[in-house]
Design a protein around this ligand. Sequence first.
Ligand SMILES: [Zn+2]
Length: 560
Amino acid sequence: MRLDTRATGKWLSCGRCRELVYAEHFERDQRICPYCGHHARLTARERLGTLLDPSPTPIAAAPTVDDPLGFADVRPYRERLARARRDTGLDEAVLCVAGTILGRPVVAAVMDFAFLGGSLGCAVGERITAAADRALATATPLLIVSASGGARMQEGVLSLMQMAKTAQALGALDAAGIPVISLVTDPTYGGVAASYATLADVILAEPGAHMGFAGPRVIAQTIRQPLPEGFQTAEKLLAQGLIDAVRPRTALRAVIAQLLDAAAWGRGARTVPEAWRDAAPPLARRPEELPERDAWETVRLARNPGRPTTLDYTAWLLDEFLELGGDRASGDCPAIVGGIGRLDGVPLVVIGHQKGHDTRELVARNFGMSSPAGYRKAARLMRLADKLRLPVLTLVDTPGAYPGVEAEEGGQAHAIAENLRLMSRLSVPVVTVITGEGGSGGALALAVADRVLALSNAVYSVISPEGCAAILWRDASAAPQAAAALHLTARDLLGHGVVDAVIREPGGGAHEDPLRTAQLVRGAVAATLHELLRLGPERLVAERARRFRGYGVARKEVAV
Ligand SMILES: [Zn+2]
């Protein structure tokens, strides 16, 4: 199981591919094999060197009991402890410091697997907790780098209690809005995986790192279940929605700095560029400003696969978009993507349905039809935005929530309902752009916003025209009539007040000039955020509530 690298003179043999690597180059490249990309283990000190700026300050912790049980197996615990101390030059399996990453303040707790398998005993638990306390007292983000076989058996039930102690400390950080970033390295198991390694706002992992509660050996010995390929690897955990992202060691410093930047903006004055005030292109705000369009023709345009997708917008509009995955429970739905990026230096949480430009992409993205895992991922990212005080931009383009057996069994209805309630209470600005199809509850689950914008060929409706035709006309070919009857075009939506402004698409539609379309969206979003970011949380929530409360209430005149 253990992959590592052993020295033979100036040359090393990679623990995975066995190729010979020149030792000096290997150390220079942060112990990553140039042939197979294997990330060999780092000591805690080496890890601090790769992540933090030089000379961090150690954080003191209360003294702890050394050998509470007087434990001995084939050797006394005290002897093992003394040996670990001698071999590693550390006095325990974690180093806790206050320092900076590319100049951004951070409190870091870094585990060392070489010290008794990085096991979680009383001293480790106390130190992690002291680091969390320091983060809380100084309102500084906490970074935890895990490498552990689990709780330390030799300290018995007191080791077990460290899981609760550390979880409690992270709970206090969460309540205070202090971000916690977890970096999972190989291996992270047992009581560490089931406490501070996974109780983070963002969980990053190194390629190939293993993480789980029960290790492969335990599973094999207890229930003898065969293990699937890639079991408990970072890549599998990502696909299963259990971690946010897998990044190579060499990229971690920049990625963590980016997260620290976003958090610092949210805790600071939240300044936006003054140029945003006038960034909007000429928008249509009343129905008569838009031409009357054939509804069915508009539906077909809204579905054109050449229109920009959410990932096109994030690539073209944002700097350093970091996609964050998973609902931490059931999966990572490819039909909804989300993450943190910067628009003119302002960090945003962007979440949107993801379709594709060809059949292969569309199939891979399930045609933009989300599962419950997708809505739960969106909810997780919206909570993160709320905690970090970052504005939310959602991009809506879906035929609807996925109508399938698994989605039903996974709680589709409740996942959508939760998002409606969650969005109505978010304390940060929420801007939605309907970029294509606004299909029913699956669209609204991302669209309970302070401002809803739409592209001029977008549609938004309670049901698809085909679905409506099949039910009411009993004939799916009556879709064009249904489309007209549903009043689902941008012009109709302005009339109903469901969208606030319409972004006019260039030429014959967004698919003819996707880049220009993205630029128009950028301007409209920037101007809208400029306006909303001046409003306090109470006002945002109150006005959002008033907005949705008003729908359907009789007015003197409805201008459609
Ligand atoms: Zn290798």
